[in-house]
Design a protein around this ligand. Structure first.
Ligand code: CO
Length: 211
């Protein structure tokens, strides 16, 4: 099958219904975007940022990759973050992981999947960093906890970037949040790591990893 015609049909019906409910919606959005939130999430098809938060087009700037990681020198993630913080001037950066993450699961196994194994070394590093706590858990709990610790560590990575530091230094109102999504009930959970200033990072991180 060469075409995905049904998606164009669904799209047309969606655009019509939005325009019917809110005339001028698209014309206004075409002029500018002013989202207040940057979402950094997993590429997993089951965790669509807008749908699970009920946000409209224009309300959330989104970056997704496998296992929602923010490596220190990843130009893709850093470019999104820099643009969101410095140009769009978002007020919130949400790092949202999810339980049952295939990327995290792969990082816990020795299974070979290809190029992705190298990307997932970022998660394997986190597993290694927290091995004492993780090794004390059974398999199910370890998998869930590594999903959480991965979010916590990515929040740290976001907070350590030069743009976020500079925004805080300039007195900007910018919060970095760590959330996790439960696939089996569709609910988001706050990991209790919300950083709003550079000096909050260390105590909040320590609290989050010891929890
Ligand atoms: Co995932």
């Amino acid at each position: 099958m060469r075409t995905l015609a049904h998606l164009f049909e669904t799209n047309r019906r969606w655009a019509e219904s939005v325009e019917r409910d809110r005339p001028g919606f698209f014309a206004a959005l075409a002029e500018q975007q002013a989202p207040r939130i940057l979402w950094i999430g997993c590429a997993d098809s089951r965790v669509p940022a807008n749908q699970i938060t009920g946000l409209d087009p224009g309300e959330v700037f989104v970056h997704r990759n496998v296992a929602n990681v923010v490596p220190h020198a990843d130009l893709n993630a850093l470019s999104v973050l820099q643009y969101a913080v410095e140009v769009l001037k978002v007020e919130h950066v949400v790092v949202c992981g999810h339980y049952g993450c295939g990327g995290v699961q792969a990082a816990l196994s020795e299974q070979r999947l290809g190029l992705i194994d190298n990307w997932l070394l970022h998660v394997k590093d986190i597993r290694w960093k927290h091995r004492t706590a993780l090794d004390a858990l059974d398999d199910t709990a370890r998998f869930r906890r590594l999903c959480e610790l991965n979010v916590i560590e990515q929040v740290v990575n976001v907070c350590q970037t030069s743009f976020v530091r500079e925004a805080w230094q300039a007195g900007r109102d910018l919060s970095v949040h760590g959330w996790i999504y439960e696939l089996s009930d569709g609910l988001l959970r706050d990991l209790g790591l919300t950083v709003t200033a550079a000096d909050e990072l260390e105590p909040l991180y320590t609290e989050a990893v010891e929890r």
